[in-house]
Design a protein around this ligand. Structure first.
Ligand code: ZN
Length: 379
């Protein structure tokens, strides 16, 4: 799996590999959907469906020369497998496939179905491609395999990409008063946004707004007053924060600045992006991925912990600090969701990314245990 490069939009080899493995292991039905997600189903006796989900895509490798080991080599050294996607999160997906396959001999005793899904384009749009699977499968519970160091994750902050544009008027910069400088207008707006008060969640931490890029037009600007300035913000979201909750306070700041300065002109919106999938289908989406959080008292959380305990694994609860596909299943649709996976969050997207084989094997055991417990069967 790690030897199949699969940056977002180019997951075909990884999808076909996962499909082949599931077919060989004896899944009842294995298929690839319109956008290139790969799905495998094990049919039990009952209407319930548990979905195990991991993304197929990875970020790029950056500079090859920075890597000690071949980023697509899947080399094993000292109990670790190295390579892009080992930790985030192809190995977890394979652990899910093998963990689910361990229940195939007992499937007549399962009170429901298992679906393992390898999802495309998560690194571009958390949960958008997953939504297409949810429409088709309608699961009762989703397990996200992002790195959790084998703890059970019951929430995450969401994220929004917010774009702010200020408008000015071009003039020769030898005579600035003839124009309106869009960069200076942005500077004022940035100062106000920086001091906005944002909420905090005891469990998930603070909401955040952080500027991540800024660009003026014309660019480069030589002896010209910039007529436009565009800044992007990473806004980390807490549960319940909607598009309006994110954008309205910035609109109010803009209104306030307009009232003080008739030349001030600005607008705010969510970033929109398009991704062409390897199947040729196009995904268009706003970059708004809500937060989610379940309670330690929720029955499915308690059951998952008990299952892990019975399998000899730790019974720990925590939350993700990054954003995952859970934004769709839990954040938008409210489907009971938990995260459980091998490795550490901070090994995602790094040079010399690795996964510990020991964690990987324990994750596979954990997936089998959780699903067996949820589907009310003993093995
Ligand atoms: Zn990931």
């Amino acid at each position: 799996m790690v030897q199949c490069p699969s940056e977002s939009g180019h997951e075909e080899a990884a999808a076909i590999f996962a499909k082949t493995v599931m077919e060989r292991l004896g899944f009842d039905r294995v298929w690839i959907d319109d956008v290139g997600n790969v799905l495998g189903q094990i049919k039990g006796n009952g209407p319930t469906t548990i979905m195990l989900e991991g993304h197929l895509d990875t970020v790029g490798i950056g500079n090859r020369s920075d890597w000690t080991f071949d980023p697509h080599g899947a080399e094993i050294h000292d109990g670790r497998m190295y390579g892009r996607g080992t930790s985030d999160m192809k190995c977890a997906l394979m652990a899910m496939i093998h963990g689910a396959a361990a229940l195939i001999p007992f499937k007549n005793h399962l009170c429901g179905n298992i679906v393992v899904a390898g999802v495309v384009c998560e690194e571009e749009f958390e949960g958008v491609a997953q939504g297409m699977i949810l429409d088709e499968i309608n699961p009762d519970l989703v397990i996200i395999g992002e790195a959790s160091e084998l703890s059970v994750k019951i929430g995450q902050r969401g994220r929004a990409e917010v774009v702010v544009i200020t408008h000015g008027k071009s003039a020769h910069s030898s005579n600035p008063s003839a124009g309106i400088n869009a960069v200076k207008k942005m500077n004022r707006l940035l100062g106000k946004i920086e001091t906005m008060e944002l909420p905090r969640d005891e469990f998930l931490g603070p909401a955040i707004i952080e500027v991540t890029d800024i660009r003026s037009e014309p660019y480069p600007g030589s002896s010209v007053i910039p007529s436009l300035c565009r800044a992007t913000f990473d806004r980390r979201l807490l549960p319940g924060e909607t598009e309006a909750v994110v954008l309205d306070p910035i609109r109010e700041i803009i209104q306030g600045l307009k009232a003080e300065d008739p030349d001030f002109s600005a607008e705010v919106s969510l970033a929109e992006a398009r991704q062409v999938c390897y199947t040729g289908k196009t995904i268009d989406a706003k970059r708004f991925f809500p937060a989610w959080r379940f309670s330690e008292e929720d029955d499915f959380v308690k059951q998952a912990l008990a299952a892990l305990g019975q399998a000899g694994l730790p019974e720990k609860i925590s939350h993700y600090s990054f954003c995952t596909d859970g934004s769709q299943c839990a954040g938008i649709r409210g489907i009971p969701t938990l995260g459980f996976g091998p490795s550490r969050e901070n090994l995602a997207h790094v040079v010399d990314e690795y996964v510990e084989i020991d964690q990987l094997e324990k994750a596979r055991t954990g997936y089998t245990a959780i699903v067996a417990k949820m589907l009310n069967c003993t093995i």
